[in-house]
Design a protein around this ligand. Sequence first.
Ligand code: 1GP
Length: 242
Amino acid sequence: MKAIYKNILRSISEEKKGLAVLIDPDKMPIEKVFGFIEKVNQSIATHIFVGGSTVDDTTTAILVATINTHTKLPVVLFPGDVSQITNHADALLFLSLISGDNPEYLIGKHVRAVSKLRDSNLEVIPTGYLLIENGKQTSVEKVTQTKPLARDNVQEIVDTAIAGELLGMQLIYLEAGSGALQPVPTEIISFVKQALSIPLIVGGGIRTKQQLKNAYDFGADLVVIGTAFEDDEAFFDELKKK
Ligand code: 1GP
């Protein structure tokens, strides 16, 4: 087992929660990286995730290399597409969109990723990715041509997460979608967490310290926040390391 996943497991055993700051290469000009990463470094963030739905490979590679020279935090790819896989990162969430039935996002893109992974040192972490309905269409829905799981069908969400674990996924990620109006409901987080023995990631629409606390209190092991930091870097001030 490689270091980044091992550290996530160790944090859980020590009851420490994780926070990943998500950087979308489309929205982060290189000249802004230094100042932004300084704020990340001074915050309680434990990981930096990089990914977006529409960026090209060179942009992501340059951005990840630049981020990595400014931080000691693990930089983890959260790719919207195979083209975003770069060796400059430390790890890759190898995402399977198990809430949907599009074979491209269950196996197709994974096969195409292999030529990029063959000679790489990236830690590859198989991750079951579940899109949860949040009231408006998300870009994941549009890009992948899949429907999210209905938020009132908790049993189906729990069963999908368990199926992911049984398939050998090492993480389960409950996603409301970037900029979601409402985060994943705490009831869903709680039921899914109780059903799993692997770590649980929650993201999408978390904009306040209280929403972050709620996600942790109800069972998220690692929370991902992107839009709230993009919209207002002052949010980092509320999340400073003590
Ligand atoms: C999106 O879960 C992440 O894939 C983060 O969402 O941008 O809404 O924080 P936000």
